[in-house]
Design a protein around this ligand. Structure first.
Ligand code: SF4
Length: 500
């Protein structure tokens, strides 16, 4: 194994096996405010949605000031950087997850486009299912792309429409007829902030207001609270909301065109437990998942622990339902950045324990129920089970607060193919054997409605009415991409970056 391969495998062990692809944030204030500071707090609250890069663009009297880079919010936005950004009335911001293969600076958002009618800055969360076709079409018409991101495709489409549309919101409204797949976006012109969500409402987007009248738009409600904004409401699937000197107005031409299909994995893993999505608290849904799991897969055990962070709430739900005491079973060191590399092989192998260490006194001599949100490849889970055994657990019963991952996600969560999914390789007994547990239990597809409090499961054909459960049940709310391959140049670029 080369040094790079060793480092990469450790990175995989240190990180959750699934990553989401982004968080967006926007500000519209009636008068200039410390927009960079506010955006910084908002992005900080959305850091869990992407740790590879981030950016803020401030609109100061029609002029855009930007800073974007790879790294965590605290690394990219130092006090010096924040101090150099001006006050402003409008701002958009973004925190990004990318696979290692597209982890380069140019893909950091927001993306700024200048055109004959002005300029815009766009930040986007999600993934288009027709981006290849749109990109080819735009390139054939003369567009020159600087990134490999869908965001640039959306930006160019909006710009193209803007050349003939009377307003930025109308340009977006027209462009949305061409956009397929998932997008929650914030768009800034010289005088407006515009927010929009795809017709299925796959990923969340909401807005609120501060006491000084400043509007905040964010991927999750926890970011509103971080800026002391009161939650007003979710942006509806297909809705465009415009914030300007004329107030707030909504365009609903794309509403009620498609069945609502919010990503159920937002509740299981992606969103922060202190957020609410579509009126439902994420923490509450995880408690319900844990309780449901305890009924479906009870265990004779002495203690219930959760894998931090997203397994904790479900573990509490499991413990309450089963009557088995809940304990904090792991210490998670939150201060390890992605550039943490130690010099020797021995030290590298120790890094998993540096990041996640069992609390021996909580598990020693005990039969342990370990609750996590999901298993993707199984490598992380196997490692954690082994850590618990070394810490003295006599039995380890693994419980997963979601059904088996059996299908890819096409909407922005990095489950790209079935190849790496352990549930596609093994049955439950095979998974148990691979991860070295005493027993394994998953939620069933039929449990999904309960975790989001839905009774009617007719839906669009999937497991749960109003929710996308595609990676679990293989039923997707949109057409799937026709072409997911990379172009030769993109493949070479990925290979080069993997070597660096
Ligand atoms: S396929 Fe899975 S991860 Fe992707 S949007 Fe649907 S539920 Fe969410």
């Amino acid at each position: 194994m080369t040094d790079f391969e060793t480092y990469t495998s450790i990175e995989h062990e240190l990180e959750h096996e699934v990553q989401h692809e982004c968080g967006v944030f926007g500000i519209y204030a009636p008068q200039p405010v410390e927009a960079a500071q506010i955006a910084y707090y908002g992005l900080y609250a959305l850091q869990h949605r992407g740790q590879q890069g981030c950016g803020i663009v401030i609109n100061d009297d029609g002029l855009f000031y930007e800073h974007r880079d790879l790294g965590l919010i605290s690394q990219v936005f130092t006090p010096e950087v924040i101090g150099k950004l001006p006050m402003g009335q409008i701002a958009v911001a973004h925190t990004r997850y990318s696979s290692a293969k597209s982890d380069h600076r140019a893909n950091c958002q927001p993306i700024i486009v200048q055109h004959i009618k002005g300029h815009t800055a766009l930040a986007h969360n999600g993934k288009l299912t027709n981006s290849r076709e749109l990109r080819d079409e735009l390139e054939l018409q003369g567009s020159i792309f600087h990134t490999t991101s869908d965001t640039e495709v959306i930006s160019y489409l909006i710009t193209k429409e803007r050349l003939t549309a009377p307003s930025i919101e109308e340009a977006l409204n027209r462009a949305m007829h061409r956009l397929k797949g998932s997008f929650s976006l914030v768009l800034m012109s010289s005088s407006k902030l515009v927010a929009a969500r795809d017709e299925n409402g796959i990923h969340p987007l909401c807005y609120g207001q501060c006491t000084d009248g400043t509007y905040i738009v964010a991927s999750e409600s926890c970011a509103l609270e971080a800026c002391s904004a009161d939650f007003i409401r979710e942006i509806e699937p297909g809705e465009i909301v415009v914030f300007s000197a004329e107030g707030v107005h909504s365009i609903k031409d794309h509403c009620n065109k498609q069945p609502k299909a919010t990503c159920i994995f937002e509740y299981v893993y992606t969103a922060r437990p202190d957020s609410q999505i579509d009126g439902l608290g994420v923490h509450d849904s995880r408690l319900r998942a844990g309780a449901c799991l305890a009924r479906r897969h009870p265990a004779d055990a002495d203690v219930v622990i959760g894998v931090p962070d997203s397994g904790l709430d479900a573990a509490i739900g499991f413990a309450r339902e089963s009557g088995i005491p809940f304990e904090i079973g792991f210490l998670k060191n939150k201060y390890i950045g992605r550039t943490f590399i130690s010099p020797t092989q021995a030290m590298r192998q120790n890094q998993v324990r540096i990041k996640l260490n069992p609390i021996s006194s909580a598990v020693r001599g005990k039969r342990v129920v370990m609750v996590d949100d999901s298993i993707v490849r199984g490598t992380t889970c196997k490692r954690i089970v082994s850590l618990l055994r070394h810490a003295g657990a006599t039995e380890v019963h693994v419980r997963l607060s979601s059904p088996k991952f059996l299908n890819p996600c096409y909407y922005g969560t990095d489950i790209y193919s079935k190849e790496n999914l352990i549930a596609c390789k093994y049955d439950t007994e095979g998974i148990r054997e691979y991860i070295g547990a005493d027993s394994v239990g998953y939620l069933d597809l039929e449990d999904l409605p309960e975790i989001v409090g839905v009774k009617d499961c007719a839906g669009f054909g999937g497991s749960c009415n109003g929710y996308c459960c595609g990676c679990f049940d293989g039923v997707y709310p949109t057409e799937l991409p026709k072409d997911t391959g990379k172009r030769p140049y993109e493949t070479k670029l990925s290979e080069r970056e993997a070597k660096q």
